[in-house]
Design a binder for this molecule. Structure first.
Ligand code: CA
Ligand code: CA
Length: 133
């Protein structure tokens, strides 16, 4: 029993912390989004900068959750490719109108563990956007 209590007192705070990991990330300059191996921002963590990127063999078809910086828009694609058609299915997380990073769990989404390439860009913040000009 004593061992069990000891285990719980060690494990419980760790679980609570893991749950909050998504909100805790501080974006470095130029970072647009962060990809995670597991749900709730668990497992390996891979920050991506703005632009188009193809994931390495180790990271492709493995992303289960991600966060997108406020003011930015993320698109994750099923395949590598130079055209949208080649890249196939995709998932969009649009945080351009957000004041906080947008957390997305991919569980239940068709793109769960399927992202192989991605595109991410940010708009300037604190300025009016001229969408539709
Ligand atoms: Ca995974
Ligand atoms: Ca894929």
């Amino acid at each position: 029993m004593k061992v069990l209590i000891l285990c719980l007192s060690v494990l419980l705070p760790a679980l609570v912390l893991a749950d909050n990991d998504c909100a805790k990330h501080r974006f470095a300059r130029g970072e647009c989004a962060v990809l995670f191996d597991d749900s709730k921002c668990g497992g390996w963590k891979y920050p991506v900068k703005t632009g188009y990127h193809e994931l390495s063999f180790r990271r492709r078809n493995d992303v289960e959750s991600l966060i997108v910086k406020e003011g930015c828009k993320f698109t994750g694609y099923d395949h590598d490719g130079t055209t949208a058609k080649e890249r196939g299915d995709f998932v969009i997380v649009d945080a351009r109108n957000s004041r906080r990073p947008e957390v997305r769990e991919l569980k239940g989404d068709k793109m769960d563990e399927r992202i192989s390439s991605l595109q991410c860009f940010c708009e300037y913040q604190g300025r009016p956007s001229f969408v539709g000009k």
